[in-house]
Design a binder for this molecule. Structure first.
Ligand code: AMP
Length: 423
């Protein structure tokens, strides 16, 4: 099926052709006609499925009859959980709307609110906003009485981040008759509850298996001792000649530590986490996209909304604390049908966490070892003890493994103990 058959107009068809999209993805085939028909939509679609175009293209078509009048009202709102995702959506919308006159602005926290208010006064048709900042602007008098379309992108993530209150407060501020499109990677109870509140007779779209990872991603886990993870990572990148790798850590502290260690190994690295300024994060991201940085170390803050064309490798240096985040992390590769590889480095502490992830994605991840980095078998024997502790719902009290000398392809470096902190 072609994009023409979905009922899209010429300016949009031209733009997507220039972007090299030849055929609509599954979610696009199903969502575009429904959005054009002004239906409410509840779609479970994960990142990498083409979900942004699925709501953005018909939204642009519906809201295209705009004037150049500076006093024209705001008609479309896209709520997104993070600044990064908002910027990504804005970039996509700018590309899709290049042959039409639709003005689009980003309203995210951490930026000067007065500047955003001034920008809104110049006439804006669609805003992409994080819920907190959008509510703040609405309470300061942003006119919502002409809103025709509300999109909640990655609704599950917004709820996980605690934005439920803001969304519930924004909803009654909108006109009674407006169209709502809810996109969520997962079909959690929280999302279902919210959908009942904000959607009217929605059409349901389940574009992929729940929580499944994209089929084109080759997933593998390497068993390794905690204190050899950094050396194994540097070895994999070097020996396999990975050109561009996104590496996820669980915490900011371990991201910082790993960043320093990889730099000592001579790898060109960048780092993104919640303590970095927005400007710094954007600069690092664009350097990574341009290939000036080979390894980008990031916490889960980057696991959504980061869209890098043809990113071939994602490495989970540490597994995420929430199993669902695994889906988002590995979804950074294998995008739009391209091949990708997701590698997880598993130490003894994470052997159990991966089982939760396997349950979520509905498949087993093959576990292997890399020659020269095999885990110490004497530490493995403690598994028995761990299993027992786990079944008693206690946190395993396994001591740090004794350092063991291997004949390895790279020099082993002792990892500093990491504190668990937030993203
Ligand atoms: P998303 O799931 O919206 O984050 O999109 C994932 C990636 O797929 C983005 O890089 C889009 O530009 C790309 N994309 C979206 N739709 C198509 C399509 N029909 N054909 C090829 N690429 C697409």
């Amino acid at each position: 099926m072609s994009f023409e058959k979905l009922g899209l107009i010429k300016p949009l068809l031209g733009a997507i052709q220039e972007l090299g999209y030849t055929e609509p993805t599954t979610i696009q085939k199903r969502a575009i006609p429904l959005v054009l028909a002004k239906e409410d939509v509840f779609a479970t679609a994960q990142t990498g499925t083409g979900k942004t175009a699925a709501f953005a293209l018909p939204m642009l078509q519906r809201l295209r009859n705009t004037t150049a009048d500076e006093n024209r009202p705001l008609r479309g709102v896209i709520l997104s959980p993070t600044r990064e995702l908002s910027i990504q959506i804005h970039e996509d919308i700018t590309n899709y709307s290049k042959h039409m006159h639709v003005e689009c602005a980003i309203l995210v926290g951490g930026k000067d609110i007065e500047m955003q208010q001034r920008a809104l006064k110049k006439g804006v048709d669609i805003v992409i906003a994080t819920p907190g900042r959008f509510l703040e602007l609405a309470e300061k008098g942003l006119d919502l009485s002409h809103i025709e379309i509300l999109v909640l992108d990655e609704a599950d993530r917004m709820l996980d981040m605690g934005f439920s209150k803001e969304i519930r407060r924004i909803h009654p501020m909108l006109p009674k008759r407006h169209q709502t499109l809810l996109f969520s990677a997962t079909y959690s109870d929280k999302v279902r509850k919210l959908s009942k509140l904000i959607l009217t007779k929605p059409a349901f779209i389940e574009s992929s298996k729940r929580n499944s990872t994209v089929d084109t991603i080759n997933q593998i886990a390497y068993m390794v001792d905690t204190d050899r993870k950094a050396a194994l990572l540097a070895y994999l990148i070097g020996s396999r000649n990975y050109p561009q790798v996104l590496v996820f850590t669980r915490t900011k502290v371990s991201a910082d530590t790993l960043y320093e260690e990889l730099q000592k190994d001579g790898l060109k690295c960048g780092i993104i986490h919640g303590d970095k300024t927005q400007a710094n994060r954007l600069k690092t991201l664009s350097q990574f996209k341009e290939g000036k940085i080979r390894v980008l170390v990031a916490t889960d803050i980057a696991s959504r909304g980061l869209d890098i064309e043809e990113l071939p490798y994602v490495i989970n240096y540490e597994l995420p604390s929430v199993p669902e985040d695994y889906v988002h992390r590995v979804g950074r590769t294998g995008r739009a049908g391209r091949e990708g590889e997701a590698i997880s480095l598993l130490d003894i502490y994470e052997k159990y966490d991966i089982k939760d992830i396997e349950r979520v994605i509905g498949m087993k991840i093959p576990k292997e070892t890399v020659e020269g980095f095999e885990p110490d078998p004497t530490i493995r024997r403690k598994d028995v003890e761990e299993t027992k502790l786990k079944s008693e719902h206690k946190k395993p009290q396994v001591k740090k493994p004794p350092k063991k000398v291997f004949k390895s392809p790279t020099t082993s470096k002792k990892r500093k103990t990491t504190k668990r902190d937030s993203k």
